[in-house]
Design a protein around this ligand. Structure first.
Ligand SMILES: Nc1ncnc2c1ncn2[C@@H]1O[C@H](COP(=O)(O)OP(=O)(O)O)[C@@H](O)[C@H]1O
Ligand SMILES: [Mg+2]
Length: 422
């Protein structure tokens, strides 16, 4: 297979699906990624976003990546993958350091020291910091600074959003990818990757909450003033809806999944009288005859679950203090957002404007029609983040690679990834 350096690979290893996007920088420029290969496979061997059966997970990764390779005629080697799992936690830290140089000009070394200092926290055994996202720098009394390098000052303060995860979750993901014959170039918190594909700069600036509803986990990220202010992961997702249908209607899980996708609705008021009365055929467990139920009954099962999942997210947003500060509202993405009526019920729960988040057309070209679904946001965002990093690397001539890259690579690494922050 052809193997030329410019392509990047986004690989989202989810609980229900592994999705892979291979992209190349578009001739149109502007940081647009041309999608040239798309692959997906049913995910096996994961629970709540983490790998529990590596052999099965490796198979799923291979299937998804091979499909994308076949479509693009390119070989995947370095891949950027998602950090996921219900045990991931985010919190904010801060620190102040004295600017070291005699001329008081802030260097990237000062920035690194400030960030290191903000992240020098005692973690429970078995946990590690997996991402450090600077929110804002303050030079002496001047706040709201994105990139202080080159400024003159005596004191440099930084606010950082710190993401932690169980060590084993990251290691298992890297191992599975390695065993699939690939190298992890970088790992990005899944909802952050989805946000890179779906949110606009205005959303991030004026305030938005992105909610990535996966199969067994739901990720939240809140942006304001162009930076990540809050993240959280909940152990709830689309499979809970499926289980409710299976249990409530006494039908096998695969049938419940099919019924959910074909006729499910999370908000009965978004259906007309006629739609509510529509018959839904429900195959029974065992040999009994299928039954016919109305869609209203399906709504009665799904709506309380949707309210529960979204209330968890709304409570988190309120407790974090961002409830009244999200001018761009809430953006739902991930496969779970495809359930009928989700946007409508979410508008009720959040009391805010809600829209679905797809890979945005201003950032993606090529086979974009193949990924016009909320279920592709994470993989698309991962490929895009990888491309941005590659472009900055190419420009600076620096190599910043490897998931366990040295600390000194940190500053330039998140600069590369989230160029909008700096
Ligand atoms: N059309 C649909 N309607 C309702 N739910 C859907 C639809 N398509 C996918 N889903 C649900 O989305 C979830 C998977 O979302 P995805 O983002 O792919 O998850 P993950 O990243 O956790 O593998 C599953 O629970 C699935 O049932
Ligand atoms: Mg996902």
């Amino acid at each position: 297979m052809a193997k030329h350096g410019a392509h990047t690979v986004g690989l989202s290893i989810g609980t229900s699906r592994v999705t892979c996007i291979i992209g190349e920088p578009s001739d149109a420029g502007g940081g647009v990624l041309d999608v040239v290969g798309v692959g997906e496979a049913e995910a096996r061997g994961l629970r709540k976003g983490v790998i529990v059966k590596p052999v099965e997970a490796v198979e799923s990764i291979r299937h998804a990546v091979e499909a994308a390779e076949r479509m693009s005629g390119l070989e995947a080697e370095d891949v950027t993958i998602n950090l996921a799992g219900s045990h991931i936690m985010g919190f904010n830290g801060q620190a102040i350091v004295a600017v070291s140089g005699r001329d008081h000009e802030i260097t990237s070394e000062d920035v690194r020291r400030a960030i290191d200092s903000a992240c020098a926290i005692q973690l429970p055994a078995g946990r590690e910091i997996v991402d450090r996202l600077p929110q804002e720098f303050i030079v002496d009394d001047q706040d709201g600074i994105n990139d202080p390098v080159g400024m003159i000052g005596a004191r440099l303060a930084v606010k950082v959003h710190i993401v932690t995860s169980p060590v084993t979750a990251r290691q298992n993901a890297i191992n599975a990818v390695n065993r699939s014959g690939l190298i992890v170039a970088d790992m990005v918190l899944e909802q952050l990757a989805a946000a890179e594909a779906t949110l606009t700069e205005e959303d991030k600036e004026f305030g938005a909450a992105l909610v990535d509803i996966g199969a067994e986990t739901t990720g939240l990220v809140i942006y304001q003033r162009g930076a990540v202010q809050h993240t959280a992961v909940f152990g709830l997702g689309g499979s809970h809806f499926t289980n409710d249908i299976a249990f409530g209607l006494r039908t096998p899980i695969p049938e419940a999944e099919r019924i959910k996708r074909a006729s499910g609705c999370a908000y009965s008021q978004s259906l007309s009288e006629m739609e509510r009365g529509e018959p839904v055929e429900v195959p029974a467990v065992g040999r009994t005859q299928p039954r016919q139920l109305s869609r209203q009954i399906l709504c009665d099962i799904l709506q309380p679950r949707a309210e529960e999942v979204l209330m968890h997210v709304a409570d988190e947003i309120r407790e974090a203090g961002w409830e009244r500060q999200l001018s761009s509202g809430v953006v739902l993405t991930g496969g779970g957002a495809l359930l009928g009526g989700m946007t409508e019920i979410a508008e009720q729960v959040f009391d805010a404007p809600v829209r679905l988040g797809y890979p945005e057309r201003d950032r993606f070209g090529g086979l974009i029609e193949d990924i016009q679904s909320t279920a592709w946001s994470a993989a698309a965002g991962l490929a895009l983040v990888a491309q941005r990093a590659q472009m900055v690397e190419a420009r600076s001539g620096a190599r910043v690679r490897g998931a366990s890259g040295s600390l000194s690579a940190f500053v330039s690494k998140f600069r590369n990834r989230f160029s909008s922050i700096f």
